[in-house]
Ligand binder design. Structure first.
Ligand SMILES: [Zn+2]
Length: 396
């Protein structure tokens, strides 16, 4: 399996990246390359789940791959270490909180200015470039304007909109637009990895073009149950108390899901930090070391707390995406459309709701769900935003 195989339904993008990776080999070898085939800054955009960061990482692997003919073999040690995030010349910038700070950005830009330690290029991969603070964005711009000879910047963002990426940075990047992968392509990936065909087709549909989500739905019974509980909400909202109960369910489920993910990550990190700092040492200077250790642990805990907040928002957002698609299904049914529904297994509930509200009311409810997503990105407290939403979804 090459590194490109993980990119589902993105043939055009893969063609461009493969050519660039080959050109990158020629540049290092001092050979001429066709103009525009390789450049120092790339911007990957696409809807959530389309594989922006997967594409960027695959490209980073191909740039370091030990196979020089059509690089990106997926088997050599360079490919492996890039894909497992342990290659010394591929630096990931992942926001731990809701944004990427200027300090974080400056540190990475500094490292990226050095010559590659092992690989052929220094690669800086920024998974959520839309979360750069303005100051961080300016620090990055300076580096992108005058890139060191062997440094490549890979940025991922939802779109090229100025709210996502500063125009000044955007104008210096080559743009790779990923598309929502077709359900058939997602289903194929799932069956290739051993999922039974019928389940794969269902999960691909229910995942709505989000490959990771489809994979979880195919493999994880709990994820399927969480989805069912969310999709049962619209038809259940017959009273104010039902609306408040639904809001409580959404928020507490997201909290529990985030806790599950975070506690695993946190435990590993805390242990790694303590080992790195040699906690528990005695002897000369150990009191000072212990104070330093306490500070580093506090700093780590702070980062873990903000990551937990973000994980909870992401979990809640997945539920909201499912709810939005439910009301889209209601509108499609009311309009007599034959377009594929997102939740065919909830067709009964969709019919119930479609009979009780008008198309205008269905549209208002879709707006309420999207408004809630927006409010969460603006840092409104989840419970307040979600209660406002479920109350607006109440059936007449
Ligand atoms: Zn390789």
């Amino acid at each position: 399996m090459t590194v490109w195989d993980s990119l589902v339904g993105q043939r055009e993008a893969v063609d461009v990246l493969r050519l660039a990776a080959s050109a990158a080999v020629d540049i290092v070898a001092g050979q001429p390359v066709s103009p525009g085939s390789m450049t120092h800054a790339w911007l990957f955009t696409g809807p959530p789940g389309s594989g922006r960061s997967v594409a960027a990482r695959a490209f980073a692997a191909a740039m370091q791959c030990e196979v020089l003919q059509d690089p990106g073999c997926g088997r050599c040690s360079a490919c492996h270490t890039v894909l497992s995030r342990s290659h010394p010349d591929v630096h990931s910038v992942v926001p731990e909180g809701l944004s990427i700070s200027v300090a974080e950005m400056r540190a990475v830009v500094g490292t990226a200015g050095r010559r590659p330690a092992m690989g052929r290029w220094q690669v800086v991969l920024i998974e959520d470039a839309d979360r750069l603070t303005e100051a961080a964005s300016n620090a990055l711009l300076k580096a992108v304007e005058e890139p060191p000879a062997r440094t490549v910047f890979l940025l991922c963002a939802p779109s090229t909109h100025p709210e996502d990426v500063a125009v000044t940075i955007r104008s210096r990047c080559r743009h790779i637009a990923l598309r929502t992968p077709p359900a058939a392509a997602v289903a194929q990936v799932l069956t290739d990895s051993g999922v039974e065909a019928e389940l794969a087709a269902w999960a691909a549909q229910a995942g709505q073009g989000h490959v990771g989500r489809a994979r979880r739905l195919a493999r994880d019974e709990e994820a399927r149950q969480r989805r069912s509980a969310v999709l049962a909400i619209p038809a259940s909202l017959t009273s104010l108390s039902a609306c408040l109960a639904a809001a409580d369910h959404l928020v507490t489920t997201a909290e529990a899901e985030a806790k599950e993910i975070s506690s695993e990550l946190d435990a590993g990190e805390t242990e790694a930090l303590q080992v790195a700092l040699g906690a528990g040492g005695t002897g000369k200077g150990s009191a000072g070391a212990a104070r330093g250790t306490a500070g580093a642990v506090r700093e780590l805990e702070k980062r873990q707390k903000s990551r937990a907040t973000r994980t909870q928002r992401d979990a809640l957002d997945r539920a909201l995406v499912d709810l939005a698609a439910f009301y889209r299904d209601v509108l499609l049914l009311q309009a007599g459309s034959t377009a594929a529904s997102a939740h065919p297994d909830f067709a009964g509930d969709v019919r119930v709701v479609a009979r009780r509200i008008s198309s205008a009311e269905a549209l208002q409810r879709l707006d309420a769900v999207l408004g809630c997503r927006e409010a969460l990105t603006l840092n409104v407290k989840p419970r307040i935003a979600v209660e406002a939403m479920t109350t607006a979804l109440r059936l007449p």
